[in-house]
Design a protein. Structure first.
Length: 220
């Protein structure tokens, strides 16, 4: 499932961007929503090594062995999806690159920020016990990616996912320094999200016992 989900996601990214569609962010977000709902009961629907890292760090009952296996199949799936997508584009693939008029540092910051946002949303809507079994987790995850693609896609390439950056690079035979820098930025964003999740969950007050709730009703 992780292989197939990653492949379909990256194929969609490759072809929608390669065709120059103005609706590429929408296509990417919508297909991710569908894939998350489809694969959630099977694999957890990560499709992203940074998300798998965040889940491991969050302590969500995933072993290091499973982490490695997920990474392998996510990266293989991303590469296969990108290669098939390149074939559909008649061999003219896209790659993750710094947008015109922007610096590499700005682009990498954008990758960290939106990978952090994506991974934090995943942890909050898909792993928090208080929202277990909710019906909106797939929509929340896909919409974050859509928003990120619209917001900073022209700045950083809008990967937010090592399988996307590496897969597109493999298909284009262009694994350059920026590609690997994006991978590092994505993993950093995932790790930061796990740390933020732990901080939020540990320090979040219990409304039932909060003195503010008892005296003013603001948290009730």
């Amino acid at each position: 499932m992780e292989f197939l989900g990653s492949a379909i996601l990256v194929l969609t990214i490759q072809v929608s961007l390669g065709n120059g569609s103005a609706f590429a962010p929408v296509a990417i977000g919508v297909v991710l929503i569908a894939l998350v709902y489809a694969g959630g009961p099977i694999s957890g629907a990560h499709y992203n090594p940074a998300i798998t890292l965040a889940v491991l760090m969050r302590g969500e009952q995933i072993s290091r062995h499973v982490l490695i296996m997920y990474w392998i199949f996510q990266l293989l799936g991303g590469s296969v999806g990108a290669i098939v997508g390149a074939a559909l584009l008649d061999g003219d693939p896209v790659t993750v690159k710094v947008g015109a008029g922007h610096s590499t540092s700005t682009a990498l910051l954008a990758e960290v920020v939106f990978t952090f946002s994506l991974c934090l949303v995943v942890l909050l809507v898909a792993t928090h016990n208080d929202v277990k079994g909710n019906s909106y987790f797939g929509a929340a995850i896909g919409l974050v990616v859509m928003a990120g693609a619209i917001t900073v896609g022209d700045i950083s390439g809008g990967a937010f996912n090592p399988a996307v950056a590496l897969g597109l690079g493999v298909a284009a035979s262009s694994l350059e320094g920026y590609t690997f820098a994006v991978v590092i930025a994505n993993f950093l964003g995932g790790a930061m999200a796990a740390a933020a999740f732990s901080l939020i969950v540990v320090t979040m007050p219990d409304p039932a016992s909060s003195s503010v709730s008892e005296t003013t009703g603001l948290l009730a």
